[in-house]
Ligand binder design. Structure first.
Ligand code: EPZ
Length: 417
């Protein structure tokens, strides 16, 4: 079990390149299940979650080959339809194999993912949509057991704008008989990326990025060459790091239009942000101003940036109110931030943050992926040493983050314990 040790108080400056987006790579790699020959993907991030999905897909009979620049995936030999609990429990995104397996094999037996640190995270909307498309689904012994002779198009209203729900149903629909409409669909950039990749495979998907997506089923998909979009949450994380340390960062290989809500809030807090075509310049001010924030589905402020923004508000000039409107339990990082000297009071899904002049380093424990990123950020801003344990949470979604921060002047190192 590694830990990350940070000596805080140093300004970050220089240039950092953003890696491929975990939450785009996962559904796009899984979409290979819909094809029967070699697909080639570029800019796939080197993350624990990517290794997990490769293990799961290998167990389904999918083959992988990789070199320095590309990951190749061939589902021609798909010979199983079961995603076991021991893998699904470590990564909820595994439920995304449901739709493609049903579309390709007419059969899927996928463990219910169970809850996680940030909430119950049910998949009832995924299941309701698949049933509307003609799948017969039983839930028994902790598994979703689904079968169909042929999925058929349906007009589906999503009660909640679920990201993976939209992705699962989109992938189920591409080989269905007839047209499917997804209403109240999620609009995240990762949804658009998946739709673009599927259309490059020969699918017929219109409206991705809006709340109404229409998928007209086709007979067969062909393999593709595709590049994963940059990670907007990693982009936001480095923007906050620059703001926190009065730093001066150039963030490259990113998509500024994917982080507009974060840019807006950082500017309100007094941070200088200038957008380029594929880069963002961020300069931290002498004093951060307090700003209220509420998480919201895209294009609102992303819930995956809530913890990072809370760290910034913990050294701001006054009081800010942060509202988490997506997940029911996404303030676990608060108690760890309090150990580092943050003054935060939680009431329901609101956290009231009273800015303090200085955070002070302390040993803390990561609890989930984005919370662990916020602890690293707090350590960078704090006076003294911060030790973050259980960094396997961090490794799920950030590619060599301590190396990237160290190259920007941070006092940070990974220690094997
Ligand atoms: C995706 O999770 C992301 N994961 C999450 O990122 C992200 O926080 C989340 O979207 C919100 O943006 C991936 O893309 C792999 P939801 P997802 O379904 O799809 C409720 C990270 O750190 N809901 O949009 O699981 C649900 O409980 C992760 O990379 C139902 O009630 O989130 C939640 O309250 C963390 N029933 C809300 O909807 C359902 O069937 C939004 O969840 C589905 C969802």
């Amino acid at each position: 079990m590694d830990k990350i040790v940070i000596t805080g108080g140093r300004r970050l400056e220089g240039t950092v390149a953003i890696s491929g987006a975990k939450n785009a790579a996962l559904p796009i790699l899984i979409s290979s299940i819909l094809t029967d020959d070699w697909n080639t993907f570029h800019n796939v991030p080197d993350l624990w979650d990517i290794r997990t999905i490769k293990r799961l897909m290998t167990d389904l009979g999918v083959r992988f080959k990789e070199d320095k620049t590309a990951l190749k995936v061939d589902a021609g030999g798909l010979n199983s339809f079961e995603a076991p609990y021991d893998l699904v429990k470590t990564m909820r995104a595994s439920v995304l194999v449901l739709g493609p397996l049903l579309a390709r094999l007419g059969r899927a037996r996928v463990s219910l993912p169970g809850g996680c640190a940030i909430g119950a995270r049910p998949i009832d909307i995924h299941i309701k949509g698949l049933r509307q498309m003609g799948a017969s689904i039983n839930l028994d012994h902790g598994y979703v057991d689904a079968k169909t002779d042929q999925l058929k198009g349906a007009d589906i209203y999503l009660d909640i704008t679920t990201v993976t729900g939209t992705e699962n149903l989109m992938m189920a629909a591409v080989l269905a008989k007839g047209s499917t409409i997804l209403r109240n669909a999620a609009k995240e950039p990762e949804i658009v990326a998946l739709a673009d990749c599927l259309n490059n495979m020969g699918a017929d998907i219109q409206g991705a990025g809006s709340s109404v997506i229409t998928i007209t089923g086709v007979k067969k998909l062909k393999p593709t060459f595709w590049s994963i979009i940059p990670d907007r949450i990693e982009t936001g994380t480095f923007m906050v790091a620059a703001a926190l340390t009065k730093g001066d960062l150039k963030i490259v290989n990113c998509v500024p239009s994917h982080v507009e809500a974060v840019i807006h809030k950082l500017k309100q807090a007094g941070v200088v942000v200038e957008k380029g075509q594929t880069s963002i310049f961020v300069k931290g001010p002498e004093q951060i101003q307090s700003v209220d924030m509420k998480t919201f589905p895209y294009p609102g402020f992303p819930t995956d940036m809530q913890a990072q923004f809370m760290v910034l508000m913990s050294i701001a000039s006054g009081l800010s109110v942060i509202t988490e409107a997506i997940f029911e339990n996404r303030f676990i990082h608060v108690s760890e931030l309090q150990r580092i000297g943050a003054d935060i009071i939680v009431s329901g899904n609101c956290a009231v943050v009273r800015g303090v002049p200085q955070l002070s380093g302390a040993p803390v424990m990561a609890t989930d992926l984005r919370a662990s990123a916020s602890l690293i950020l707090a350590g960078l801003a704090a006076e003294g040493t911060t030790e973050v344990s259980r960094v396997y949470h961090l490794d799920r979604g950030y590619e060599r983050i301590e190396e990237k921060f160290s190259a920007l002047g941070a006092g940070i190192e990974r220690v094997r314990v």
